[in-house]
Structure formats: C-alpha cells, structure tokens
Ligand binder design. Structure first.
Ligand code: PLP
Length: 372
C-alpha cells in the first residue's frame, strides 16, 4: 500500500546516537551502559533504535517481555538483551533459543531455567532483581544472598548479576534514594565477595544525579530519547537532543464569526471573528483528549492554540494571528519549527502526565520515519 497518513513521527538517528554518546561519557567510558528499549523504545521503534545505538557502540539492551527480545533477535540485533519483567513457564526456552538474559525475581523462575538448562546440556546467566525501596518487582534485601547461593547450586545457573531500581531518582533530595544506594552498596559488597557479577542500579535520573551509584553498569531509557526524567523545568549540565518530532498538515481553514461553538460539546466559543485550521490528528493518534483547549501547535513557526475538544482523529487550532495559513501547511505538534519548540514535557504538563507517556502514545499510534 503506497497511500500514507498526513501524520508523521520522525525519529532522528543522529539525536539517538549523540544522546548515547553523551550519557556514556557521563557514566565513564569504560563502564557499560544498557540502553532501555522497552515499549518499542518508548515509541521510537525498538528495532530501528537498537540498530542506531549499535552503530553508536551499544552492546547491551533492555526490554520488558521476552517477545520484545525475540523481535530484536529476529531483526538481527546482536548484543546482550535483558528481559526485565520475567516470563511465563512456556516461554522459558526462548531465553536459550535466542540467547536472552533473564532478570528473575521468583524462585520458580530460577528452577524452571535450571531444568531447561539441564535438558539442553546448556547454561544460562541470570540477574537477580532486588527491591531496595521501589515497592515493585524483586526479592527482599534480606533474602537475596540466600537465594543467590541456592541458585548457584542449581545445575546450569550462573549468577550473572544483581539489579535494582529507584523509586524517586528524579527527585534527588528524596530520602529514599540514599537508602536505596546504601542498601544496594552493602548488598553488592557481599554479593561480589561470592560471585563474579555485575551489579546495576541507575536509570536515567540516577545517571544524571547519582555518580556514586553508578556501580557496574547504567541503564538509560528516557534520556536516550532526549528528555530529562524530571521534566522540562530542570536545569541540567548534560545536554540531550529530542529524537522524536510529530508533524501533520492543515486539511481545512475557515473563518467563524464571534459566538460560534467549536467541536463536540462546544467547549470553546469564539470571542471574535476567528480563523480556525482543522488538523487530522486526534486521540486515536495519541493526541490525548485531556489536552483539549490547552495544547498548542506550531504553524509557520508560531503557536496556535487548540480550541474545543480534541476528537478521535481531528482537532481545531486557532490561526487568527498567523498570516496566510492554508491547506497543506506543515504543523508541528511535537518538536521544532522556526525558532520555537514544543517538547514532550510541555505536552505532558498540559495532560497532567510525563514525557514518557506522551512519547509512547505518539510513537505507537503513527507511522514512523527515520532520518539521519
Ligand atoms: C524503564 C527502566 C529503566 C530506564 O528508566 P528511565 O527512567 O527511562 O531511564 C531502567 N531500569 C528499569 C528496571 C526500568 O524498568
């Protein structure tokens, strides 16, 4: 099929590579960095992102589920791939078939892997997840060493590492960060005394905020895509480049007199004669209904506010103050046009969300193009 949508997600490979390089330098060039490409690389496309980052020198990737790792392998992505969210018994064999690294947080998962390793006369390196205060996945701190020792006795199991995750690293002053770092550092000392293992804790916020918590590896997600985990208002010495741009085209321009209701529910009424441009973008495209009457877009380098409710695949913007807007004009919903920029942080503020969610929604709902 050659017909295409007016809506385009454009991903800059250069921005991804530059961010990888910047973060790698921050982390220390001799320390490995895992690139988190779960959720189809936060909407940027896992296979394409993995290819670009491989070119930039990345050899370690992280995904949520096994199926995401299999997709990467079938697209010839080499390098180590971590599956962070466990697996069903029926999928355990895939870790062997595709040489994928499991992060485990249950005893059952470990014994399942051992049984398969024995059957195949093979072995597998596992990373144990420990909960240092996230209140999510992982073994308890107190049980981790015992679990590791027991697992190490099982045939076919190699203790490859230990993983934990911050709850509040984007709020550097939060006390939970220091507790997590201390607990992890103590556990790591004991762990390393018994196992030759890689112990890793920091996500993007940790890479930016906690050099003393770098330990044996970093795991960067959102920062690779050009965003500070704490949002746009935070000043930061690490300069990142936004990788995603979201564009569309004007499909109709019309002028209404004062007092006319716009879109479903007439949630906006024109206050004076108003020129409205209709855009073929709506919540189906990830442009959330929650930003109705709040969002802005760029046309001819100028801001045009969204008027009225965002529909399933249409929305209206006010172009009264922008000269000569016509059908076919390029509209930037996310990214730069002229001198101005609309970031995923700004859209997230309108939506009461975070950049992560905006990037996932836009990327998952639209065709993507890649540029260098
Ligand atoms: C998603 C995730 C990361 C990356 O987090 P960012 O905030 O995007 O850098 C790292 N580690 C784990 C366990 C994760 O789930």
């Amino acid at each position: 099929m050659s017909s295409k949508s007016f809506n385009n997600i454009i991903i800059s490979r250069d921005a991804l590579k530059a961010n990888y390089q910047t973060l790698k330098e921050k982390l220390g060039l001799d320390r490995p960095m895992l690139s988190m490409i779960k959720a189809d690389a936060y909407g940027h496309g896992a296979v394409e992102v993995a290819k670009s980052l491989s070119e930039a020198g990345c050899t370690i990737f992280g995904v949520g589920e096994v199926r995401e790792a299999v997709i990467l392998r079938e697209a010839d992505i080499t390098g180590e791939i971590f599956v962070m969210m466990g697996f069903g018994r029926e999928d355990a064999k895939l870790f062997f078939d595709y040489k994928i690294t499991p992060v485990v947080f249950s005893w059952e998962a470990i014994t399942t892997l051992s049984e398969i390793a024995v059957k195949r006369e093979s072995e597998i390196s596992i990373h144990l997840k420990v909960d240092t205060g996230m209140g999510r996945l992982g073994f308890a701190i107190e049980e981790l060493l015992d679990i590791a020792r027991k697992a190490n006795q099982l045939p076919g199991i190699i203790i490859g590492g230990m993983v934990s995750h911050f709850a509040e690293a984007d709020t550097p002053e939060a006390i939970s960060n220091q507790i997590a770092i201390e607990n992890f550092a103590n556990l790591r000392m004991k762990f390393k005394a018994e196992f030759s293992a890689s112990c890793h804790l920091v996500n993007s916020a940790g890479v930016l905020n906690f050099p003393k918590a770098y330990f044996d590896m970093g795991r960067a997600g959102i920062s690779l895509y050009g965003y500070h985990p704490a949002g746009g208002g935070v000043s930061c010495d690490v300069k990142l480049r936004q990788a995603m741009t979201f564009t569309t085209r004007v499909i109709q321009v019309k002028t209404f007199p004062a007092g006319v209701g716009i879109s479903y529910g007439h949630a906006y009424t024109t206050k004076k004669p108003t020129k409205i441009a209709v855009l073929p973008v709506g919540y189906e495209d990830g442009y959330s209904r929650s930003i109705s009457n709040k969002a802005e877009v760029l046309i001819a380098g100028q801001r045009a506010p969204v008027r009225g409710k965002i529909c399933m695949n249409l929305c209206m913007v006010d172009v009264t103050d922008i000269k000569d807007v016509k059908v076919g004009d390029e509209v930037v919903l996310l990214g730069s046009q002229g001198e101005d920029n609309i970031s995923a942080d700004e859209i997230a503020d309108w939506a009461g969300s975070i950049s992560y969610e905006m990037l996932c929604m836009f990327g998952h709902s639209n065709n993507r193009k890649y540029i260098d």
